[in-house]
Write a protein that binds this ligand. Sequence first.
Ligand SMILES: Nc1ncnc2c1ncn2[C@@H]1O[C@H](COP(=O)(O)OP(=O)(O)O)[C@@H](O)[C@H]1O
Ligand SMILES: O=C(CO)[C@@H](O)[C@H](O)COP(=O)(O)O
Length: 479
Amino acid sequence: MTLVAGVDSSTQSCKVVVRDAQTGELVRQGRARHPEGTEVHPHHWWDALQAAIADAGGLDDVEAISVGGQQHGMVVLDADGEVVREALLWNDTRSAQAARDLISELGDGDVTVGAQAWADAIGSVPVASLTITKLRWLRDAEPENAARVAAVALPHDWLTWKLAGGMAEVGFDGLITDRSDASGTGYWSPFTEDYRTDLLEMALGSVPRLPRVLAANEAGPVAPAFAKKPVLGPGAGDNAAAALALGLLPGDVAVSLGTSGVVSAISAAPIADGTGLVTGFADATGSYLPLAVTLNASRVLDAACRMLGVDHPGLSELALSAPAGADGLVHVPYLEGERTPNKPMSTGALHGMRLANTTPAHVARAAVEGMLCSLADGIDAMRAVGVPVERVFLIGGGAQSEAVRRIIPSIMGVDVQVPTPGEYVADGAARQAAWVLSGQDAPPSWSASSDAEVMTGEPTPVVREQYAAARDLTVDRPA
Ligand SMILES: Nc1ncnc2c1ncn2[C@@H]1O[C@H](COP(=O)(O)OP(=O)(O)O)[C@@H](O)[C@H]1O
Ligand SMILES: O=C(CO)[C@@H](O)[C@H](O)COP(=O)(O)O
């Protein structure tokens, strides 16, 4: 049996799967936690990867490895290949002003013109999540660190490079990435399939070394620490890796409930949405992966558990015991600020409180509904830019919530397929690794989603209507 490994270095943890390259059968898996916070030293990801590999029984018998991971995180390296400062993660909002500055500068002071100019240049309008805004923040806030930057990588690029042996083995020439993750930097164009070093220079004031963007099935260097010296694939951003695992086709939409809430779809053409609601990223095969991403998904449920003093099954039970719409109680879930809509300093809120609806059941229901309504808005944004929405798949840690699975079809107004719970990002990375190993033009026919439970429900438009009425009534966080 020829084995391949896929990695998901996600916000909260690192997961490793080992699969049969021919059939896709899951052979073994492991995981390890990441530290909390939106500013994390990359060595924590490396330590977690080692621990997850050990938990998966090691990788000495695998012949190819691909790494998927959280997108956008800024990993800056000095001339010796050492990390200059902690990485700023995709959900760190300190670069919100830098995003506004970059939009204004490209539009010569007109932010509407600037937003569309960015969308036309790189497929997306900069928000605090995108790497380019973090680099501008670095230039402004930490010029001495900015001056030391010799190379910039994303989390998955850096981990792939470390697996290849880093500076000692492959130098900066061995830094590799793929088009899906490159497209989330803000300095790579899905229209020209090339870096926009002019925009990078505009942000950082210099043009450091960037990872080489490999083709979807192109082999990178080997990982010398493992017995079979497995070849490294280009890897992918987490959402593109999940799409590869699910085998998404045009018309399919994945809703992922991780730390981020993500609505993603396969598109045959690149998207340039000047409103900024949909980001025009690339996928991991050669197509495009428009996304609408929120900062608040599964952790909204975690927070509701804490508020109510229950665990996740307890939260589900409470939520399902309250009526749809929670008798008018609306939870706007901007607990970490928000990215879609772009309100980085906003806070969450409970609206419509009355004596009759201030029960644990109503509060639980409102938390589930609020999180799902914010993603239903993302599906509307997809439709608004012409992305067809025919089948919806639900994945990510939050999909384990029974309340989420049962309430989502009524809020989205469509049937929702829930694939067997699994590590779809790591699975997509493993499928890419098998593809790289095969040398074929198309990925292996196996995909990780065999069975899906189909959830149905009567639409409850009132839930969305009351959410829409409350959505903008949030206050800004003090700076
Ligand atoms: N039974 C459950 N019900 C709801 N949420 C759950 C359940 N089990 C795990 N989760 C949530 O899943 C989240 C982690 O999901 P994951 O997709 O791995 O996140 P990330 O990709 O951001 O690291 C956690 O916030 C956790 O609370
Ligand atoms: O910012 C995005 C996509 O644009 C997020 O999807 C991150 O890629 C993190 O994903 P999770 O770790 O929350 O799954």
